[in-house]
Design a protein around this ligand. Structure first.
Ligand code: UDP
Length: 196
């Protein structure tokens, strides 16, 4: 999130308070999961019969309606406009945010020997007086990305758990270590503090 902010992609993130807590801007979440795919895996492979790991001709952006009861169904921009979940201007901004996040994250991961297969983001609305703008919100983590080691193809994401491929802690720690965000010393945990 810090990196995205630094390249001018707005996010809800303000600062990290400790290893478990972050200060973020409150925002109104657009009820969509925005998925960007660079290589086929997971649901697109099942749905369209494309072998996992095949590079897509270009990044593909998909939208899913956030509703657990319905199992987050895939929707099109037609549904989004018709049901008023976001305006056309919002969707132009969402697409541009999603593609910028994709370029940034792909490069960040490539630099540490990881292929960004796909990921999911959420976008929220922030009000600054009379103005409103859209920001990347929620989280970006191995829970919401597919990350494969470039050389071995080893999965370093939630699929390790979902497909019973070994230790999830080892996989996530490996990503954190490569990105240089793994603390060397155990962090002194404190109780959550309310920030005014
Ligand atoms: N994803 C997510 N939350 C969801 C659904 C998907 O973070 O509720 C992420 C998932 O981890 C993957 C990408 O979105 O990185 C694409 O997921 P896909 O549609 O392939 O569904 P899945 O196979 O994860 O169920």
């Amino acid at each position: 999130m810090t990196g995205l902010n630094q390249i001018g992609v707005p996010t809800h993130f303000i600062r990290r308070l400790n290893m478990r807590e972050q200060l973020v801007r409150a925002c109104e979440i657009i009820p969509l999961e925005i998925v960007v795919r660079n290589y086929a895996a997971g649901s697109i492979s099942t749905r369209l019969g494309i072998e996992e790991g095949q590079q897509l001709p270009r990044p593909i952006v998909e939208y899913y309606f956030k509703d657990d009861k319905l199992g987050d169904p895939m929707v099109t921009e037609e549904h989004i406009a018709a049901f008023g979940w976001a305006s056309q201007q919002d969707m132009d901004d969402v697409l541009s945010l999603a593609l910028r996040v994709n370029d940034f994250l792909s490069g960040l991961m490539l630099g540490v020997g990881i292929r960004l297969i796909d990921f999911k983001i959420e976008v929220g609305r922030i009000y600054d007086g009379d103005f409103q703008r859209l920001v990347v919100a929620d989280e970006i983590s191995p829970d919401s990305c597919r990350l494969w080691d470039i050389n071995s193809g080893r999965k370093l994401d939630k699929d390790v758990f979902r497909r019973d491929l070994g230790s999830l802690t080892d996989a996530y720690s490996e990503v954190a270590r490569r990105l240089g965000v793994m603390p060397n010393e155990p962090t002194q945990m404190t109780k959550p503090k309310l920030i005014n």
